[in-house]
Design a protein around this ligand. Structure first.
Ligand code: SF4
Ligand code: SF4
Length: 94
C-alpha cells in the first residue's frame, strides 16, 4: 500500500509517500529511522498488523519547512531519506 503523509496549500503539494509493502520485510534495516536529521520517520503497526514506516504526526503539516535543510532552493542531488531507503519505498512529491 502507498501511504501518503503531508498537505497542500497555496504554494504547492507536499507529500511523502511510503510504499509500506517494502517496509514489512525491510531490506535496509529500518535505515530511514537514523537517516533523517529531523527524525521524522517512525515504525508503527498498521491496520493489517504489519510493522511499517510512517511520518510522525507532528511533522505531517510542516513538511516543506522540516525538509528545507535537505532541499535548499538551489536544488539538491539526493536526500538522506531516499538514499537510505534502498528498497525505494520513500518518494517526495515536491
Ligand atoms: S521506509 Fe524504507 S528503510 Fe524505512 S522501513 Fe520502509 S523500506 Fe525500510
Ligand atoms: S528530506 Fe531530509 S528532513 Fe525531509 S524526510 Fe528526508 S531526510 Fe528527513
Amino acid at each position: 500500500m502507498i501511504a501518503n503523509y503531508g498537505y497542500k496549500d497555496g504554494s504547492g503539494e507536499y507529500y511523502i509517500s511510503i510504499d509500506t509493502d517494502q517496509c514489512i520485510d525491510c531490506a535496509a534495516g529500518r535505515a530511514c529511522l537514523g537517516a533523517c536529521p529531523k527524525q521524522m520517520f517512525e515504525i508503527i503497526t498498521d491496520d493489517y498488523d504489519d510493522e511499517v514506516a510512517c511520518i510522525k504526526e507532528a511533522n505531517r503539516r510542516t513538511l516543506a519547512f522540516d525538509c528545507a535543510d535537505c532541499k535548499p532552493a538551489a536544488g539538491h542531488d539526493s536526500l538522506p531519506c531516499t538514499d537510505a531507503c534502498t528498497p525505494g519505498a520513500v518518494r517526495h512529491s515536491w
